[in-house]
Design a protein. Sequence first.
Length: 258
Amino acid sequence: MDEMVFAIGDVHGESRLLAQTLAWIETTAVEYEARPVLYILGDLVDRGPDTKGALDLCIEALARWPGSKLLLGNHDRWFLDFVDGAMRDADRVEHWLGQGGAEALQSYGFDLDDPRRAAEEIALRHPAHRRLLAQASLYERRNGHLFVHAGIEPGRSLADQGEDQFLWIRRPFLDHVGPLGHVVVHGHTPQKSARPTVTENRISLDTGAATTGVLTVAAWPPTFGSCPPIFAAAKRDGKVRPIEPRRLDRGLGTVLDR
C-alpha cells in the first residue's frame, strides 16, 4: 500500500484537537487508499489543558502507523529536562511554569507547590511519556522536504547545526529568501490569522492551537512531490475543515506553484 505523509503543527496540550486531527488523517488515508505516515512537529506539551492526553495520543499514533515520527520541540525539551531532573535551577523551573509548564503539571493532577515531587511522580508513573520525548527526532528528511520543529540556519549543513537551531531558531530562518536545500516543514512560530504560511522555501504549520483553537495539518497524497499538499484545520467546534494557506510570495513564487 502506498504511503501518505501528514505533518501536524504545534499541539500544545490540545488533546481534543489532536484527536480530531488523527481521526481526519485516518479517514483521509482511507479515501486515498494509502497508509498514513505522520510527522508531528513538536511542542506536544504545555499551555493547553491536556499535555498528558496529547502525549498518550501521540504514543498511540506512532505505534499504529509505523514510520511516523515525533520531532522534538523546545517545550518538549523543557518538559523532558524537568522530568529528568535536569532543570535544577529554581528560576528556570519558574520560567517554564510561566510558559505553560503549570498547565502541563495540572493535566497530571499536580499543583505547583512541590514541582520536584511532581517531576519524580511523572517519571515513575508515566515512563512512556519520558521515553517518547527522549526518542524524538531533531529532524527528518523525505522527498526533498525537511521536517523539523523550528527551522534551520541558512548557509549551514544539517551536520553543522545543533539542537538550538532545530528547536529555537526564528528570524534568521524565517527571513531568509531563497533555496534552503529542502522545503522546510516546521512549527514553533505562530502564523498570522491562524493560517499556515507557504513561501518559496518553507511550509509553516504552527497556528497557535492553545490560543486560537486551530490545529493545522498538511497532507501529501501518495504521489508525494508531483502535486501540492492539502491543508486542513481542527477547531474547537469538533470539526476538521480545509484551510487555505497564506501564500507569501517574496519574488520567487511559493512551493505550491511548482
